[in-house]
Design a protein around this ligand. Structure first.
Ligand code: UD1
Ligand code: CA
Length: 451
């Protein structure tokens, strides 16, 4: 049987009180993207197109994030937190009209891989009606336990608070991910009661009800770190660490060198080509692309930037959104680049601020150069022509253009455009007083001797 189109229901109604945050838990970020974003990305890779997100009352920001990441995702509000079955039923309108599989994911479980969802679907294709993603927990306390029969079928899920002592010893636990290929699922879920230790409507009770109806349930196992649920900030950091480790590994496998991988921080969308070398302590914020052969020296911070092939960046460089560096560009220590396109072979090797503008191919920006882009009200552009040479400690007051091949003398404050090939110099003439130093020293020594 070919896999029918799936509906993915993402549970995101929890307040996440243990985060102690004004922000709903699922909007906290892992690798620069909300946990909800990670789960919706997984949903996008797994679903045939229908995604429902169950949010709590007043969580408009969660619904907005959902729509931004997965356009077409529909938000449903669960008005009271009455348990996971009740949460899924908040999406009843779509469940009732949906003919294919239904997969339930938690928005606070951001590390599940698409391959795992594929394995769950394969289980449904084998003729199983309810497939549950399980894992062997190092410490099963708090999790629902998966009760299996001798032949490997799943017979029931027992919540921790409702489990017998013998059941509590079971280490095979429910991750929370459940997939259903059940006709009229909403009816089945509607039969779940709340006569249990927490007085909640447990989605996990669907297993026993399905079996009583003659349907089949089974477990798909995965590693514990894949189903880490985030309840508090220490677990958020743990999820981040697992995500980072995976992403670094994937990059190294694809041909990126990292001298000290544990000190390189990546974002969900970081793109780094093969033969890029990365020294220790580099942070990639969202939106960064690095092309082949580039060398990133130690202690850099990037965000929203493109680094061209064979470029040499750092140590201690900061690239901010809109920094677009071409091939062979050099950006050295204590240089900040924001919203500037630097064409092939251009250089800013030391101590500079380049904000809002363009730098032509092979232009050279001297140490201490500042693009004065902001007058307190507006931002303006600085345009540097091809092959121009900007002397050290120049202030280029935007809007201003430096012509192709032109020179700007060191220390100049440039407020007017400079023509192609010209030298612009804006500083007072140097005066020299011959023999002055000797006279000065003699006078000072005499004065000191007197007192
Ligand atoms: C649930 C499972 C348990 C599993 C564990 C894995 C049930 C009954 N139990 O337990 O078997 O081992 O997850 O972490 O399903 N939610 C809502 N609305 C609600 C209740 C919950 O949206 O009314 C959301 C929560 O925000 C959360 C998820 O569902 O994202 C799980 O709910 P939670 O109360 O944390 O369930 P657990 O007791 O951890
Ligand atoms: Ca939980």
């Amino acid at each position: 049987m070919s896999a029918p189109h799936s509906l993915i229901v993402v549970l995101a109604a929890g307040k996440g009180t243990r985060m102690k945050s004004a922000l709903p838990k699922v909007l906290h970020k892992v690798a620069g993207r909300s946990m909800l974003g990670h789960v919706l990305d997984l949903a996008g890779k797994s679903a045939g197109g229908t995604v429902a997100v169950v949010v709590g009352p007043g969580m408009d920001n969660v619904a907005t994030e959902a729509a931004a990441i997965f356009p077409g995702a529909t938000a449903y509000t669960q008005h009271e937190q009455r348990g996971t079955a009740d949460a899924v039923l908040a999406a009843r309108p779509v469940i009732e009209v949906h003919a294919g599989d239904v997969i339930v994911l938690y928005a606070d479980t951001p590390l599940i891989r698409p391959e795992t969802i594929a394995r769950i679907r394969a289980k449904l294709d084998e003729g199983v009606n309810v497939a549950v993603l399980g894992f062997r927990a190092k410490d099963p306390t708090g999790y629902g336990r998966l009760l299996t029969s001798g032949n490997g079928e799943l017979t029931a899920i027992r919540e921790d608070k409702d489990a017998s002592d013998a059941e509590r010893k079971i280490d095979l636990c429910n991750s929370g991910v459940m997939a259903f290929r059940v006709p009229r699922l909403a009816d089945l879920l509607g039969r779940i009661g709340n006569a249990n230790a927490k007085g909640e409507f447990y989605l996990t009770d669907a297993v026993e009800i399905a079996r009583a109806d003659g349907l089949k349930a089974a477990v798909v196992e995965c590693a514990e770190d894949e189903v880490l649920g985030v309840n508090a900030r220490d677990q958020l950091a743990e999820a981040e660490a697992i995500w980072q480790q995976r992403a670094r590994k994937a990059l190294m496998v694809s041909g990126v060198t990292m001298i000290a991988p544990d000190t390189v921080w990546l974002s969900f969308d970081t793109k780094i080509a093969n033969d890029v070398k990365i020294e220790p302590n580099v942070f990639f914020g969202p939106g960064v692309t690095v092309e082949s052969g580039a060398e990133i020296k130690a202690n850099c911070h990037f965000e929203g930037a493109t680094i061209g092939a064979n470029a040499r960046i750092g140590p201690f460089a900061r690239l901010r959104p809109g920094a677009k560096l071409g091939e062979d560009v050099h950006v050295g220590n204590f240089v900040e680049v924001k919203n500037v396109a630097m064409a092939d072979g251009s250089k800013a090797n030391h101590l500079a601020y380049l904000g809002d503008g363009t730098v032509g191919a092979k232009a050279n920006i001297g140490a201490g150069t500042i693009f004065c882009n902001y007058d307190g009200f507006n931002k303006s552009k600085t345009e540097i022509g091809e092959g121009a040479f900007v002397g050290s400690n120049s202030s280029l007051v935007a809007p201003v253009k430096i012509g192709a091949g032109a020179y700007v003398g060191s220390g100049s404050v440039i407020t007017k455009n400079v023509s192609d090939g010209a030298l612009a110099l804006e500083r007072s003439d140097q005066k020299e007083h011959p023999g002055w130093a000797e006279k000065f020293r003699t006078m000072m020594a005499r004065r000191k001797g007197k007192s």
